[in-house]
Structure formats: C-alpha cells, structure tokens
Design a protein around this ligand. Structure first.
Ligand code: GLN
Length: 365
C-alpha cells in the first residue's frame, strides 16, 4: 500500500506503508545506530516522535521481549529505507512488522533516508505526517502539522504507581520520568535495590524508603515544560543525599541548580557518540538520545565542574557538583542499545554513595 510523508516545510516523500496502517503525526528525529532498533523504539524518551533510522535495513533480527526498554513502544511512527519482513525461525519472537501492528505503530518504507536526514541536519528537526490517505488537503495538513505539540509526555510514560525491585545492598530511589529498563537492570547488577517512583512524587514520599542515593531518569520532551517538578528536585538536592541525573534527569537537575537548557538543531541520537571524560582524559563511545542540551555557560562555575564534553560539537555531556554528592550525565551510561563503555558512571555513583555513607564527604569534584 502506498503512503506518503509530508513535512512541515511542505516537502513530500513517497513510499509504502508497513506496520499498522493509518495516519500519524510527530516530530521527526533521526537515529544513526546500526543495530538496536528495538531498544530505540521502546525507549520512552522517544514518546511522541517519529523515528527515522539512517541504517538502510531495519528489522533483520526481529523483535524479542528481552530487549524491550519499556512495556510497549510509545513512538508515533517509523521511517525506514527497507524493513525486513520474513519470519526468523531461530528467534521465536516477532517480526518487526508484526510487533508494530500489534502495538499500532505506523511505518513508511522506501524513503531515501539519507536525503531526508541531510535535510533535517540543514533545516533542523521538523514535524511531519505519515499518511496512507489519498487526495489530502494541503492547507489542512499544514495546519495540523503546525499545531502538533508533544507536551508533558513524561506524565504519560512515567509509572502510575510506586514499585520496587529485588532487595540488594544499596537502596536507590529512582524518579521515573520515562526510565529505560536497562537503567534498572544496571543498578540491579551493581547490587542496588531500586525503588521506582512516579515523576510527580513528593520528596517526602521518596525519603520514606531511606534512600542511599537518588536517580533522576531519562524521559521525553522539553525539560523547560516540566518546571513544576523543579521545586521537588531542589528539595532533594538540599538533603545532600547523592544524586545521579541521566539525560532528562540531568537536564532537570541542571535547571534546579540554576542552569539553562536549549533546543538543539537536530539533537544526538545513536550509539556512536564520542564523549570525552575531562577528568580521566579519555574518550568513550556513548549511546545518546536527546534534542535539548544544558548550556555550558549557564552553569555556575563556583559550584559546578564540567566533567564530560561531546567530541563532535563540544556540547556539555556531564558535570559534578563541587560541594554536594551530585553526578550528572547527558548520555546514557546503561547503553541499550550501544557499547558498554560508560557503565563506569554507575560505579562512580556507587562510590559516591559509599563515601557519603561513611560521612567522608569533603569534595565531590
Ligand atoms: N533521553 C532523554 O532523557 C531525552 C531528554 C530530552 N527529552 C531531550 O530530548 O533532550
């Protein structure tokens, strides 16, 4: 079945429908990962976005429950050059197309994804519609695209109720803004019991579990849209309990510490982003998915030390607080998908917790 992709600048790309059939709208973002499509489409930080994969063949190893980053995908659509549709006997899971049908995810294939990515790199991220309908009214479509907004998606992807994972040595409270399963898994593997709290939880509820450390998770949307969560984060900071911010959590933490975020032209999404750890003087290949970034010049230099920068564009990738036990990264140390290079961030955080427990905290920078 024929389908078309219409962008907010009026350009039209013709292709074929795959997955669930119908019309869908969203912000189009490109991901440069060569593998890991399943982890990407189930990552809640993509909520409300249409994901464009630059790798030309997607679906060639099917979909297996084990790799899901959340219960179900919350992306608004998928754009690929070619989707592999044959069933894979060895894999006993779904084909990507069947998985999309079951989860009502609309896709378009046969698109020149290279040309489209180049356009987004020049023009910046754009909104668009994937449609299987014919004879669309151009004006109406434009109006629909321009009025599309992805506001407060965090509240839709965050857990509705508190839950906790298996008991372990350290007690971690995690605020779920749209957490990926591999973050929870990474903590479990490092002997941490995780208590998961809904995004809007009151700090007092969190303190009740007597956490050794608090994690602010990844999540979708613009951090500036979540200003109502900042007073809670400020209260958490004031307790001096060790905090780790990841991606959206890092952005919210920065705002609570007086920093500012801004929208990037087309963001960082993929499993191959080089980041320099300025303290170790070493470069790591990281997994990333973000469209906003903390402005380097907005950080208060007497309080904050910049610890990581992006090697492609020099943007901020991480910081530590000079007096408080706070560690924060823009990239995804849990990877999933992507190389495990930066798992040491979890170890650094656990070390910070151990130090805080021993009461030896003097300098955290
Ligand atoms: N992965 C994330 O947490 C994404 C953070 C934020 N939604 C952004 O796009 O910048």
């Amino acid at each position: 079945m024929k389908a078309q992709l219409i962008l907010e600048d009026g350009s039209i790309y013709k292709g074929y429908a795959f997955g669930y059939q119908g019309d869908t709208i969203g912000e189009i973002v490109f991901n440069t990962g060569m593998t890991g499509y399943q982890e990407t489409i189930t990552d809640p930080s993509y909520k409300g976005q249409i994901v464009l994969f630059t790798y030309p063949l997607i679906g060639n190893y099917g979909v297996k429950k084990l790799f899901n980053q959340s219960k179900k995908p919350t992306i608004n659509g998928l754009i690929v050059k070619e989707c592999y549709k044959d069933h894979l006997d060895w894999q006993k899971g779904y084909t990507l197309e069947n998985y999309m049908k079951e989860n009502k995810i609309i896709g378009i294939e046969g698109i020149d994804t290279r040309a489209l990515t180049k356009k987004i790199r020049e023009r910046g991220t754009m909104r668009g519609i994937i449609s299987c309908s014919e004879g669309l009214n151009k004006e109406k479509i434009k109006e629909k695209i321009m009025s599309y907004q992805n506001r407060r998606a965090v509240l839709e992807v965050s857990t509705k109720e508190y839950y906790r994972l298996k008991p372990k040595i350290f007690n971690i409270a995690l605020i779920d803004y749209g957490v990926k399963n591999y973050i929870l898994k990474s903590f479990q593997e490092k002997n941490c019991m995780v208590h998961v709290f809904p995004a809007f939880s009151k700090p007092e509820q969190i303190f009740k579990v007597d956490p050794d450390g608090i994690v602010l998770s990844n999540g979708p949307g613009d951090p500036m849209d979540l200003e109502f969560l900042i007073p809670n984060i400020k209260k958490i900071i004031s307790t001096e309990i060790p905090i780790l911010g990841i991606c959206l959590g890092h952005q919210l933490l920065s705002i609570a510490l007086g920093g500012q975020t801004e929208r990037m032209k087309y963001g960082h999404r993929g499993s191959n982003h080089p980041v320099k750890d300025l303290q170790k003087n070493k470069i790591y290949i990281t997994s990333q998915n973000h469209g906003y970034v903390v402005r380097k010049d907005s950080l208060e230099k007497n309080k904050i030390v910049m610890t990581h920068i992006n090697m492609n564009d020099g943007t901020l990738e991480g910081f530590r607080h000079k007096m408080l036990p706070i560690l924060s990264v823009q990239f995804h140390p849990e990877a999933g998908p992507g190389p495990q290079d930066s798992q040491y961030i979890f170890d650094d955080f656990i070390q910070m917790i151990e130090k805080a427990k021993k009461g030896k905290v003097k300098s955290h920078a």
